[in-house]
Each structure stands twice: as structure tokens, then as C-alpha cells.
Design a protein around this ligand. Structure first.
Ligand code: C2G
Length: 138
């Protein structure tokens, strides 16, 4: 059983996320998604999600490629996650290229996959006219 893990916010779930999850699952037999909590998003990524953690989790649970969802509470948990969940492969989109190579020290393969072009949660918000500033003030 080759176990894969990936991390992310997955807000306003879109086909770029699905493409990533499908290719991540194809790296092994079991895919764990470490889903950024609302607090982690806000404090560490300055992201104000449209959907809450529970709402984002429920959508990911409906995706055939996803086998387990765990919370991502901080930047540091990746090293221990590799051991706690017996992870063989760590996968991220290549906007993170090189940022997590240190996980090889924990015995995991590190794979960066090409991002899906022309789609992002930020773009969706912008094109739908969400005033990101107003959402942050809320
Ligand atoms: N992604 C992609 N193509 C897109 C948009 C996103 O392949 N058009 C990928 C990203 O590269 C990432 C995953 O989908 O691997 C989730 O994207 P985000 O929710 O934006 O995740 P991010 O905020 O980058 O969080 O500790 C790592 C962070 O939690 C990553």
C-alpha cells in the first residue's frame, strides 16, 4: 500500500484542484489530504476562505481520489505527518517547487506536479466580483 499525502486550502473547489488530486492519487494507492484549517489559512496564509473547514472537508470527502482528510494546523507538521501516517510520497503543485525537498530526509519521495493553467480560487473571486478586501474585513 503506497501512501500519498498532499496539503492545501481547496477553497471554492475547482478543476485545477481535482486535476491535482487525481494525479496525486495516481502516485500510489491511498491519498491523504491535509486540509488547511480556517485559523491556519488566516494566520499563516492571509487567506479568508469562502467555505469553512467543515464545508471544504465535506466536498473533498466526495472526491473518489481522496481516502483520508486530516487538518493542516501549521507549517511544521509535515515532518511528523510523514511518520504518523506512514507516507511514501509527498505531492504538491509546482508553485511549491523545491520548498518541501527537506521531506526526503524523512524517507518520503517528493513530487511537484504542474499546476493547471488559467484557474485559481483568487481568479474566481475576482471574476465573480468578490471584494477580497471586504471579505477580509468581515
Ligand atoms: N493547484 C493546481 N492548479 C491550480 C490551482 C491549484 O495544481 N490551478 C494545486 C496547488 O498547487 C496545490 C493544491 O492544488 O498543490 C491546492 O491548492 P491551494 O488550495 O491553493 O493550496 P495552497 O494554498 O497552495 O496550500 O502547506 C502547503 C499549503 O497548505 C498549500
Amino acid at each position: 500500500m503506497r501512501r500519498v499525502i498532499t496539503y492545501g486550502t481547496f477553497d471554492l473547489l475547482h478543476y485545477g484542484h481535482i486535476n491535482l488530486l487525481r494525479r496525486a492519487k495516481a502516485q500510489g494507492d491511498y491519498l491523504i489530504v491535509a486540509l488547511s484549517t480556517d485559523e491556519f489559512n488566516w494566520k499563516e496564509k492571509q487567506k479568508k476562505c469562502y467555505f469553512t473547514y467543515e464545508e471544504r472537508k465535506s466536498m473533498l470527502e466526495a472526491i473518489r481520489y481522496v481516502d483520508l482528510i486530516i487538518p493542516e494546523n501549521n507549517w511544521e507538521q509535515k515532518r511528523s505527518d510523514i511518520h504518523d501516517y506512514n507516507v511514501d510520497v509527498f505531492v504538491m503543485g509546482n508553485d511549491w517547487e523545491g520548498k518541501f525537498d527537506f521531506l526526503k530526509e524523512e524517507g518520503a519521495e517528493v513530487v511537484y506536479l504542474p499546476r493547471t493553467p488559467q484557474i485559481s480560487t483568487t481568479q474566481i473571486k475576482r471574476e465573480l466580483g468578490y471584494d477580497a478586501e471586504r471579505m477580509i474585513e468581515e
